[in-house]
Design a binder for this molecule. Structure first.
Ligand code: PEP
Ligand code: MG
Length: 540
């Protein structure tokens, strides 16, 4: 492959060549002038605020219709934030006392709010920065008579942005987006996650690109993080060919829809997909996954200011289960702690959070939250085929305690005559070396295993999965990890239970053969990888 000039962070695989389209928030282009007719300017702001509110109401309704209540919720939060009296006062004061024009007054107020939020160092409050930016951009755009994001993408392009706000994400017409490139963000930023779910190439963390590049050609390679702006004719042609062949390959893969994921020797692999939100189910279905092998429920908890109620969770799980129409949905209970946090849980500050109170350890300590989640999942089991999976298990006593809690909840549901599937399967994630080594003991306690190689590799190799300086030591296909996978598969099969793999290694085509040879019965991959992995399995 021809090397490209610059490098950001690889966030979603694939090559793209196209014209750059700047979707930058227009903070630096905001008009700034002194106003003398204060009342008129306040009126102008108030009108913009009313229009913004109407737009948000429309967006809310549209999102409910297209993607359900949960994804629409962001717009009702924005409406509430828009009504915040402190925000209003600050804007009006900027106009009255500093004679700022409305656009500048909004922008200054939002900067003020953002710096307060950022100074808290609280991950939840810091995440709200994007929402404040989103609201203030909307107001400024209205004041400046600009169009909204969804209307402005008319032709195929590569989007460059600071980092997309949630409402921009929902409004974008993804069929026109060849790739994303962002100034900020990490592999787990909104844009990166959205890109991966939709199979759109993405490079993040590239810094500020000069405005003159808006409309110029760019080449990006989402698997290496490389990119080149204003490339030579030769580079353009080279990468265009790769992009065309990737497109053709995607098209050819469509023929695999509906076919079994079966090796030439006749071994059937259950080929499932991983999801983080209920909206992801759409990609699961589009890519013909045979089930959901990992529903990371912590995202439902991380988006909130207080723990989601049993009812809220039930609505989400039930929706996912119904949409999967009888296909297996493995719901993993809350795996919070370490890098994933929710302020209201008031987690202790730990020196080694990856070795601390995370996953099942936290749930066994905060049993009210755990029990309400289990009740919600069990209730959803009445609507399809649900399995429950527990993260970060290391000792047998943990699963025994969990099973006791489940027994209690089932009894409670029976007494209250609330329907659930009594045969709901229970499984554990094998993501600690302890669980792998003791998998013979665990196999007699549960219905299935799912190997979480993202963590299993980190704990086996003593290499932090998030720390770039030890990335050469962190390898999911390391011989030690592969041997543990083999041990787990053997122990599972001896006890007559099935075993899956839901870590990133399952999406790696170069390892599929080894995983199948180790004895994996199920692979759970990111939705766009379902068909490539199916093709690989069928050619084994
Ligand atoms: C894993 O550890 O492999 C896994 C799938 O869980 P997560 O990435 O959510 O920790
Ligand atoms: Mg894990």
């Amino acid at each position: 492959m021809k090397e490209l000039k610059y490098r950001g962070i690889a966030a979603s695989n694939g090559v793209a060549v196209g014209k750059l389209r700047f979707l930058k928030n227009s903070i630096e282009k905001i008009p700034s002038y002194t106003v003398y007719h204060i009342d008129n300017e306040i009126l102008r702001y108030e009108n913009a605020e009313k229009i913004a509110d109407r737009e948000l109401e429309d967006l809310y309704k549209k999102a409910v219709k297209n993607s359900g209540e949960e994804s629409a919720e962001i717009f009702s939060i924005h409406r509430m934030m828009l009504e915040d009296p402190d925000f209003h006062d600050l804007i009006k004061n900027n106009i009255k006392e500093k004679q700022m024009n409305a656009e500048k007054a909004v922008n200054e107020a939002s900067k003020n709010f953002i710096s307060i939020l950022e100074s808290t160092n609280d991950p939840y409050l810091m995440a709200r920065v994007t929402d404040i930016r989103d609201i203030s951009e909307r107001l400024v755009k209205i004041l400046m008579g600009k169009t909204t994001t969804s209307e402005s993408i008319l032709e195929e392009c590569i989007i460059y942005t600071d980092d997309l706000t949630p409402s921009e994400m929902l409004q974008l017409d993804k069929s026109k987006i060849l790739a994303f490139i962002t100034a900020y963000g990490s592999q787990n930023s909104h844009t990166a996650i959205l890109a991966r779910m939709n199979g759109i190439p993405c490079v993040v963390g590239c810094g500020t690109l000069p405005d003159v590049l808006d409309g110029k050609y760019i080449v990006i390679d989402g698997s290496t993080g490389e990119y080149e702006t204003d490339p030579s004719e030769e580079t353009l042609i080279f990468y265009k060919k790769i992009m065309e062949s990737e497109k053709l390959r995607k098209y050819q893969l469509q023929r695999l829809k509906g076919l079994p994921s079966r090796t030439s020797e006749g071994k059937n692999i259950m080929l499932y997909a991983n999801i983080g939100t209920r909206q992801d189910v759409k990609c699961v279905i589009e890519n013909d996954a045979e089930g959901i092998g990992l529903f990371r429920t912590e995202f439902i908890f991380m988006e909130k200011t207080s723990a989601p109620s049993e009812e809220e969770q039930f609505i989400i799980y039930q929706d996912v289960v119904r949409k999967m129409e009888g296909k297996r949905v493995i719901i993993r209970t809350l795996d919070i702690g370490a890098d994933k946090n929710a302020q209201y849980l008031k987690l202790p500050i730990e020196e080694n959070p990856a070795l601390g109170l995370r996953g099942i350890r936290l749930c066994l300590q905060k049993q009210e939250i755990f029990k309400s989640q289990l009740r919600a999942i069990l209730r959803a089991s009445a609507f399809g085929k649900v399995s429950i999976m527990f993260p970060m298990i290391a000792s047998v006593f943990e699963i025994k305690e969990v099973k006791e809690i489940i027994r209690e909840i089932k009894t409670e549901l029976i007494i209250k005559k609330i329907p659930f599937d009594p045969a709901t399967e229970i499984g554990i994630m094998i993501e600690t070396p302890a669980a792998a080594i003791l998998s013979d003991l665990f196999a007699t306690e549960v219905d299935f295993f799912s190997i979480g190689t993202n963590d299993l590799a980190q704990y086996t190799l003593a290499a932090d999965r998030q720390n770039p300086s030890v990335s050469r030591y962190y390898r999911q296909d390391h011989e030690s990890v592969m041997r543990l996978i083999k041990i787990v598969c053997e122990n599972a099969h001896k006890a007559g239970i099935w075993v899956g793999i839901c870590g990133e290694i399952a999406s790696d085509i170069s390892v599929t053969k080894k995983l199948v040879l180790c004895g994996a019965d199920e692979l759970s991959v990111s939705p766009p990888m379902v068909l490539p992995i199916r093709e690989k399995i069928r050619n084994l």
